[in-house]
Design a protein. Structure first.
Length: 201
């Protein structure tokens, strides 16, 4: 970073105040269904005087995704039709975590339902907000090793899903080609691709 055309040391960089930048003066749920609820918050800024805003937040449950890898090193993904963008998107198997459900149980359930595969072992990769600008809930990503096909996939009735397998090289090609990926899935896949030891041990 430069200041008056001179390098600036890290100690000179101003760190923004990370206290609450605004406060909620009123909040109400304006819509609710079996999948999510929408909350409307009236907020005032603690940073900019005389500034108010009406913000909407979608309240969602936590979700899980899993990067499944077979004993032969193939990645088992799904291609799913997504109504929001009206197109097919490459994703890791995953879905909502049910109330009170352990994360590992949710991972294994979603893997079996959407692909028909079972895993020899699973381990946590990362956890990130799903869309921090307007959504609650976190996405928990896992790695599943030694995956084997055991049963036919049994997705939810309204899910349009195709199971697809990729070698490491094919997956890199799809990413570099610009194929459409579910963003949390892409982050988890890149984490695994960038660290082969996660798969090979």
């Amino acid at each position: 970073m430069l200041k008056d055309d001179k390098p600036v040391s890290p100690s000179e960089i101003e760190v923004p105040d990370k206290s609450q930048p605004w406060e909620v003066t009123d909040s109400e749920v304006v819509h609710c269904n079996d999948f999510f609820s929408v909350r409307r918050d009236q907020c005032v800024s603690n940073v900019t005087p005389n500034t108010a805003a009406e913000l909407y937040v979608m309240e969602l449950p936590d979700t899980v995704i899993v990067v499944p890898v077979t004993a032969g090193g193939e990645f088992v993904l799904i291609e799913q039709y997504r109504h929001g963008v009206a197109q097919w998107v490459l994703e890791c198997p995953g879905g909502n975590r049910e109330s009170g459900e352990h994360l590992e149980t949710a991972v294994l359930r979603e893997l079996l339902e959407e692909t028909g595969y079972r895993a020899e072992s699973i381990s946590a990769l990362n956890s990130n907000p799903q869309d921090p600008s307007c959504q609650t809930g976190r996405c928990f990503a896992y790695l599943a090793l030694g995956c084997q096909l055991e049963v036919s996939a049994n997705p939810d009735p309204f899910e349009a899903i195709q199971v697809r397998k990729f070698t490491r090289e094919q997956l890199w090609e799809a990413i570099h080609r610009g194929d459409d990926f579910h963003l949390p899935s892409l982050a988890a896949l890149l984490q695994v691709l960038a660290a082969p030891r996660l798969v090979t041990g």
